[in-house]
Structures are given as structure tokens and as C-alpha cells.
Design a protein around this ligand. Structure first.
Ligand SMILES: [Zn+2]
Length: 194
């Protein structure tokens, strides 16, 4: 009996180890990037800009916070599965990503902190904004563009949208589709989007 219990525990531990290791390498890359960003933020005062009359004394303000996203861009992945998209977003050579990926069964993957910049909007224009990635949250819905969206997926999207709206006080009119940002170049979330 004791032996059986030991083997069971060992099996569970092994299972946990296997589960953890699936994206271990790319998660490590993420953490390394975040560490580099925090070093960059800490590296004040910056005095390397030529021609600027910096004061000799550095005065850091006591009143600061992180910049917040003010837009949400909704996409469809134009791929055939969440697995495929997770792979695409963890390959450095693709250079594309989104804050959230919502699978057909409603599962949500949060791939980077909302305060960080994802690479999802690309070239486009909305009003006078030319760098949407710097001020938006990107949400990708697992959908190939030629099929209806799953009910569970839309439910998760609605929960997420209301959460983002509340957390960052984003105006309703700043929730837009990728096609609004880049008409002609993009069509997502597409004609099946409810
Ligand atoms: Zn898109």
C-alpha cells in the first residue's frame, strides 16, 4: 500500500514536470525580456541625448505610474487551432504576438502583461494614432476566418472585454477590430464575428 502511494506521488510529480516543461524554454525568454525592461526603467537619469542641457542634479518625481492601454483591438487568428497560434506567438522569428488568445472552448491564454507592448496591430491609422501597439491590448480569437465563432469563445471574450474596460477605463468606442485599424490590409475579426 505504502509502495503504491509512493509510486502514485512519483507519477503525479512526473506528470507535473512534463506539464511545466512544454513552454519552459520560451517562458524563460519572456522572463529574460521583462528583466531587461526593468533594468531599462531603472536606468534613470538618462543623460545621453546630445545637445540637451541636462541639469547636474537628478530630481526624481515621487508621483508616477505605468502607462495604461487605452484601446482594444480584436482579431481572428486566421489559423486552424489555438495550438498553432501559441506556437506562432512563441517563435522569435515571427515577431508577432497578442496579449490574449481565446480558444474555441473559451480557454484564455494571457501571453504577456497588459502593461507591455504586444506586436499585433502592425501598420495602420486610427485618427492621429500611428502606433497602436503602444497603446492597445490585442485579443486574438482562434478562428480561421471562414467559420462561425464558438459560443464559449464569445462568452469568454465578453467577460474579458468588460474586465479590461473597467480596469483601464477604456471608452466603448476604443474597442475596435483589426480591419478598422488597417482597412484594405486586414479583414479580421471578419464577417462571422457576431
Ligand atoms: Zn488581426
Amino acid at each position: 500500500m505504502k509502495n503504491f502511494r509512493f509510486i502514485s506521488v512519483l507519477f503525479l510529480l512526473l506528470l507535473a514536470a512534463c506539464h511545466q516543461s512544454r513552454f519552459a524554454a520560451t517562458n524563460k525568454v519572456y522572463k529574460k525580456q521583462v528583466k531587461a525592461f526593468s533594468r531599462l526603467i531603472k536606468a534613470y537619469p538618462l543623460r545621453d541625448s546630445a545637445g540637451v542641457a541636462w541639469s547636474r542634479e537628478w530630481v526624481g518625481t515621487t508621483n508616477l505610474s505605468l502607462r495604461k492601454p487605452n484601446y482594444v483591438i480584436i482579431h481572428h487568428t486566421a489559423q486552424n487551432s489555438c495550438e498553432q497560434t501559441l506556437k506562432t506567438f512563441t517563435l522569435p522569428r515571427t515577431q508577432v504576438s497578442a496579449h490574449y488568445v481565446i480558444c474555441r472552448d473559451g480557454t484564455v491564454y494571457h501571453m504577456l502583461n497588459d502593461m507591455l507592448r504586444a506586436h499585433h496591430a502592425g501598420v495602420g491609422k486610427w485618427g492621429n494614432i500611428t502606433d497602436m501597439n503602444s497603446m492597445s491590448i490585442g485579443i486574438e480569437l482562434d478562428n480561421n476566418g471562414n467559420e462561425p465563432f464558438a459560443e464559449a469563445q464569445i462568452q469568454s471574450l465578453l467577460v474579458l472585454l468588460s474586465r479590461l474596460k473597467k480596469t483601464f477605463q477604456i471608452p466603448q468606442s476604443n474597442f475596435i477590430g483589426h480591419l478598422d485599424w488597417a482597412p484594405g490590409r486586414k479583414t479580421d475579426p471578419g464577417r462571422f464575428f457576431p
